[in-house]
Design a protein around this ligand. Structure first.
Ligand code: FA5
Ligand code: MG
Length: 381
């Protein structure tokens, strides 16, 4: 099993070196911790839970669709703003485009925030049913099910008129029903029985749109988004007469359920007590946590500024504590008579691999306080 970081990334067929990415561009907001993860491709390691899961999903599609889905798992994560947003109809003012939510390489280039970034191009190239697996990047909150780098698998299936004609339903209902059947079948294939439910939602690129939630660790956890592809996307790829469905699976979330992995940070662990528990093709096993070390909680209160965001706070915390930060949670929030708003955040520090000393944690928290004050323009209380 290789842990070598690919030094060259395939950008639209052109190999580029990581050193060639201009990091001091003022429009670049990618911290070192994220940059270092480019090219790791956990989903291509057959012994890694994400690789095992990817292969199991491939098996499901290969078994159920004799006309096999085309598979891509090596497309470059550095994409244009056009690919990531415009081509999937994300409105110009949508929050997902902001520097607060997305990692920009420069003003026209991003680390893809979803595998949907590849939909339109593959449709244009004539693919009618395909799976795209890859690492995706988002500025996001910190807890056991959110990580700024994670993995998705996109699926798209295009239907021709004779697929739904004579079925007694219209094209959209036909696609929506087929989509739900496909994903429910996948869940059964992976999990046997689990408690799950469909939730209606919104995506710019599908209508109707749904999310699937699975009951895990005493709460409902969202594992995927999907829906019937907006006709405009098909039209632009020269398929006016077709309908299609699309989905985007959160691979970590599914793997957490499948292997009983309690925290998303573990996917990045190189500790043998984690890595040695998984082997290629083995779906049934449950992860046995090695002794759980105690968390340490530190609270921090401050008056926020207009520009304060939780994602910025989380990035500061991760920049200092890395994977020792287990959770950042808003526990108190009020506005005083003068209109000043105070937030109190509770940071949980915990290593998955060892006990932390008081001194170490105090040192981390001290640095966090310092940087929060200096970088986020808030006033500590
Ligand atoms: C999307 O990314 C859509 N592109 C999915 C889609 C594709 C919808 C095609 C319709 C058609 P969303 O932002 O909800 O949707 O993310 C999809 C899944 O990724 C989530 O359900 C969740 O399982 C996972 N996910 C999202 N954010 C994180 C995160 N920070 N850490 C880990 N997993 C995440
Ligand atoms: Mg979602």
């Amino acid at each position: 099993q290789s842990s070598v970081v690919a030094s060259a990334l395939d950008l639209g067929g052109v190999k580029i070196s990581k050193d060639e990415i201009v990091r001091d561009d003022p429009t670049n907001n990618i911290p070192d911790t994220i940059f270092a993860k480019l090219g790791m491709q956990l989903h291509r390691r057959n012994q890694h839970p994400l690789g095992i899961l990817k292969n199991a999903i491939y098996d499901y599609f290969d078994t159920n669709y004799p006309d096999k889905f085309d598979k891509f798992d090596d497309l470059c994560p550095i994409v244009s703003v056009t690919q990531n947003f415009d081509e999937v109809l994300v409105p110009a003012d949508h929050i997902s485009r902001s520097y607060n939510d997305t990692y920009y390489v420069d003003s026209q280039t991003v680390l893809r925030c979803h595998t949907s970034a590849h939909q339109a191009e593959l449709l244009r190239n004539g693919h009618t049913h395909f799976l795209v697996t890859g690492d995706v990047y988002r500025r996001d909150s910190i807890d056991s099910t959110h990580y700024p780098v994670f993995h998705q698998m996109e699926g798209v299936r295009v239907f021709a008129p004779n697929d739904w004609e004579g079925s007694g339903t219209d094209a959209t209902s036909h696609a929506a029903e087929d989509l739900k059947k496909c994903l429910e079948g996948l869940a059964r294939h992976l999990f046997g029985g689990v408690e799950m439910r469909w939730v209606d939602t919104y995506f710019p690129f599908t209508s109707p749109s749904f999310e699937l939630e699975i009951y895990f660790q005493d709460q409902w956890m969202e594992v995927l988004g999907c829906g019937v592809t907006e006709q405009e996307i098909l039209k632009r790829s020269g398929r006016t007469d077709n309908v299609a469905w699309a989905f985007g699976l959160g691979l970590e979330r599914l793997a957490m359920v499948l292997f009983d992995i309690p925290d998303i940070r573990l996917f990045w662990s190189t500790d043998e007590r984690f890595t040695s528990q998984f082997s290629s093709g083995r779906l049934g096993l449950k992860f046995k946590p090695f002794s759980k070390y105690p968390p340490c909680y530190k609270d921090m209160s401050f008056w926020i500024s207009d520009s304060f965001t939780e994602n910025n706070l989380c990035e500061v915390v991760r920049g200092i504590a890395g994977d020792l930060a287990e959770e950042v949670k808003l526990i108190d929030n009020f506005t005083n008579k003068k209109g000043m708003t105070s937030h109190c955040y509770r940071i949980a520090y915990r290593s998955m691999e060892r006990s932390l000393t008081d001194e170490e944690i105090n040192d981390l928290q001290w640095k966090v306080r310092e940087q929060v004050e200096n970088k986020l323009k808030v006033v500590l209380r």
